[in-house]
Write a protein that binds this ligand. Structure first.
Ligand SMILES: Cc1cc2nc3c(=O)[nH]c(=O)nc-3n(C[C@H](O)[C@H](O)[C@H](O)COP(=O)(O)O)c2cc1C
Length: 333
């Protein structure tokens, strides 16, 4: 299931064109949840009622965004600091709506204020349908390791409400690891899907069968990059779509192998012609790194993506290797 970007509840009530653009969708994009932010109960409720009337499947409340513009409305991660007020706001929405209301939170404001378990419990009392938790604090931003034990504490704090773990799930193995270590009922993925839009399908397959599907080929990645670009043009028009795609293309390029000139050039595109020219130049330039079948030479092959919470384990294991340890059975140490 997909959730939109966060949308300002007040802007939606005012039918602000920018807010309406953020919730633009089509029949193929179902079920779809819209994420709202705001600190005023009545505004959040009315915006949600409007969304319900348009056929949206669920409302997610943003309680994790660290950005000042959001926090100053009393929304985003500010909601994690006022549990009673947040619980009231959620109750007000749940009472008015027929569709499910979910919450997306972080572990807390900072390491000294890990409020997610208490907040989760309070929201369960208020009738929340699911909780999404990014295993970092607001103070961490997007840096540092995702804290799996923090997510587990949220899982343990609630009764029946499903908890969905989030943060750095960049591979199917990372999804399974997070589920096993935290007991969470599912995972949500953000950036991992930008690098690799196949992540959802591959993760579902891996969780069901234990089998890892092969990584998509470079040609397939280019095909999907191009389709993504054309869809952006359909929705936003040629110039605006091209400008917006400047941000998206380098995410794909992270899995291309050498891509410096592509990343430099793609952030200047303004039109379909620019895009095709950048791509053609890049495909030509990349040939020096590939064999006659188009495969990257071994020294340029990509390393698999490793989630922060799994990398740490590896580094710890590596560290253990370099620290001298006694050899032989314990009895002879
Ligand atoms: C560019 C960008 C935009 C984001 N926008 C939102 C948002 O609108 N609402 C939200 O709840 N989280 C948002 N996030 C946070 C992600 O949903 C997610 O919690 C975080 O990136 C960690 O998960 P990931 O490692 O799978 O990306 C955003 C993250 C990025 C990088």
């Amino acid at each position: 299931m997909c959730t939109t970007d966060l949308v300002n509840a007040r802007s939606l009530i005012e039918r602000n064109p920018k807010a309406l653009k953020l919730i633009e969708t089509n029949q193929a994009d179902r079920p779809l949840a819209v994420q709202l932010f705001g600190g005023v109960s009545e505004e959040m409720r009315d915006a949600a009622l409007y969304l319900q009337s348009t056929g949206i499947s669920a409302i997610d409340i943003n309680m994790g965004c660290p950005v000042r513009k959001v926090v100053k409305t009393g929304g985003g991660s500010a909601m994690m600091t006022e549990l009673g007020k947040t619980q009231k706001l959620v109750r007000c929405m749940v009472d008015a709506l027929k569709i499910p209301v979910t919450a997306k939170m972080r572990l807390g404001w900072d390491d000294d204020n890990i409020t997610a378990p208490d907040l989760a419990r309070a929201l369960e009392d208020a009738g929340i349908a699911a909780i999404f938790v990014h295993g970092r604090t607001r103070a961490q931003g997007f840096e540092g390791t995702v804290n799996l034990s923090g997510i587990r504490r949220v899982v343990e704090a609630v009764g029946d409400v499903p908890v969905v773990g989030n943060g750095d799930v960049t591979s199917p193995e990372a999804a399974r690891h997070m589920i096993e270590q935290t007991g969470c009922h599912g995972v949500s993925m953000g950036r991992g899907a930008f690098y690799n839009p196949w992540m959802f399908k591959h993760t579902e397959h891996f969780l069901k069968s234990g089998e890892l599907l092969p990584e998509p080929t470079f040609e397939k990645r280019i095909e999907v990059l191009r389709r993504h670009y054309h869809l952006m043009l359909e929705v936003f028009g040629e110039e605006r779509g091209s400008i917006m795609f400047r941000k998206v293309a380098p995410w794909y390029a992270k899995r291309f192998g050498p891509a410096k000139p592509f990343n430099k050039a793609v952030v200047q595109i303004k039109s379909r012609r620019d895009f095709e020219a950048v791509l053609a130049d890049y495909l030509n330039w990349r040939k020096q790194f590939t064999d006659k079948d188009g495969n990257l030479f071994p020294q340029y092959e990509l390393l698999p993506m490793i989630a922060s919470f799994m990398r740490e384990r590896e580094t710890a294991a590596e560290k253990r290797k370099v620290i001298p340890v006694p050899k032989g059975p314990v009895e002879v140490w």
